[in-house]
Design a protein around this ligand. Structure first.
Ligand code: NAP
Length: 376
């Protein structure tokens, strides 16, 4: 199921705190940065905060600029994004600004929390997700039922930590503010636990007044059949690589990337690269790696088209090359049509041999784009 694009937004002190322990909210952003945040809010379909942030900060979470609201309306959107909160307990203050400002509101909670929240008479859609709060179910509901395509998450640390650790964050927008908190009891942005092992990808740095904005993209593939936000990004890259293929009337244009479990790119390739008229994308990428590379069993192969199961041009199809390389996870956008081979089923061959294959059909059109001339 597709999820919204999830953008985590936070400001931290130089010593990594989200707030101090005083009764007032600590203002970390500069005036210019509050305006940047307003611009980001105006660009999204929904803004989410945890119930802890409503209790601590009593935020309004509005698009403050009348011009930005006017643009949203002119585009056929609501003046304000949907406001969303998550609560396990359902213990929410009905007098909080959150409920009395802006547009539509939604509470995602547990069965128990819903019983309590519904008794509060909140002007909000209360959605029970079962005995526990499942973030994937929440994102699916926002996408499918509320039509949310871009979600901005404005904290706090408990919420950010879960979304990042579960591989559900597409982007992190972090602002570093030039002040110290110095109180060990103050809340931190990210709590302890298991994060992706490798480095995130830096997308941008920008000075905004006296703070610095850093935008990062997580890179770690998902595990098993569960997709991560980074899977979508890598598969998108594979689809872009397909556009580099020399044109052909007798073979597909395909891109492939091999990525280690910690998010390190190991190799990439595309069909017919390097003057080889028959090489396939996955074959070209795997050929750049030492077959004894210990990262291969934990790696994911991203291929814009599912790996081939049969081919005339070489003895081994790509599905076999992937199995021989010891790779146990493949993410693809497009199942192979009958254009050249009838009933090709690389996915079936891989799955029958214990490989987890994830098909992200949301990228199918991008995978097909360089092959339109073959599809009739
Ligand atoms: N600097 C910044 O950019 C920034 C932005 C936002 C917030 N903050 C700061 O962050 C602090 C608040 O952070 P926080 O971590 O305490 O709170 P939070 O992340 O805003 O909210 C945590 C609450 O959300 C609910 N929740 C989250 N995940 C859940 C799950 N998986 N299942 C059930 N319920 C879940 C629970 O609500 P229930 O307790 O109702 O069960 C939980 O107590 C405040 O000090 C605030 O000032 C700073």
């Amino acid at each position: 199921m597709p999820y919204p694009y999830v953008l985590l937004s936070a400001a931290v002190s130089l010593d990594g705190f989200l707030d101090d322990t005083g009764p007032e909210r600590l203002l970390l952003s500069s005036r210019a940065d509050f305006d940047r945040v307003d611009e980001v809010r105006a660009s999204v379909d929904a803004i989410l905060v945890g119930a802890g942030t409503i209790r601590a900060d009593n935020p309004r979470l509005l698009v403050n600029s009348p011009e930005r609201r006017a643009v949203r309306i002119a585009e056929g959107r609501s003046a304000y994004p949907l406001k969303v909160t998550v609560s396990g307990s359902g213990e929410l203050d009905p007098a909080a600004h959150f409920w009395h400002t802006g547009g539509d509101k939604a509470v995602y909670t547990t069965d128990k929390g819903a019983a309590r929240a519904r008794g509060l008479g909140l002007a909000a859609d209360v959605v029970a997700l079962g005995p526990d709060l499942d973030w994937r179910a929440l994102l699916e509901h926002l996408h499918d039922v509320r039509g949310v395509r871009r979600l901005m998450v404005e904290g706090g640390g408990t919420v950010h930590t879960q979304l990042l650790r579960q591989g559900l964050a597409d982007e992190l927008q972090l602002v570093l503010a030039p002040l110290f908190v110095g109180d060990p009891d103050a809340p931190r942005l990210f709590g302890p636990g298991g994060y992706q092992g490798g480095r995130l990808r830096l997308l941008e740095t920008r000075a905004v007044g006296d703070v610095v904005l850093m935008r990062y993209e997580p890179t770690a593939p998902g595990t098993g059949r569960l997709p991560s936000a980074a899977d979508r990004h890598w598969l998108w890259l594979a689809c872009q690589l397909a556009a580099l293929c020399p044109p052909s009337r007798t073979a597909f244009s395909v891109g492939a990337v091999v990525v280690a479990a910690d998010g390190t790119e190991l190799a990439r390739g595309h069909s017919r690269e390097g003057g080889d008229p028959v090489v396939h994308a996955e074959e070209a990428a795997l050929a750049k790696l030492d077959p004894a590379d210990p990262r291969l069993p934990g790696a994911t192969v991203y291929s814009s088209l599912e790996p081939c199961a049969r081919r005339a041009s070489r003895p081994a199809p790509c599905a076999r090359l992937i199995l021989d390389a010891g790779v146990r996870r493949v993410v693809t956008a497009w199942r192979e049509p009958d254009t050249f081979v009838t009933g090709a089923d690389g996915t079936g061959l891989l799955a029958a041999n214990g490989v987890d294959v994830v098909v992200l059909a949301e990228h199918e059109k991008a995978a097909q784009a360089p092959n339109r001339h073959l599809l009739g």
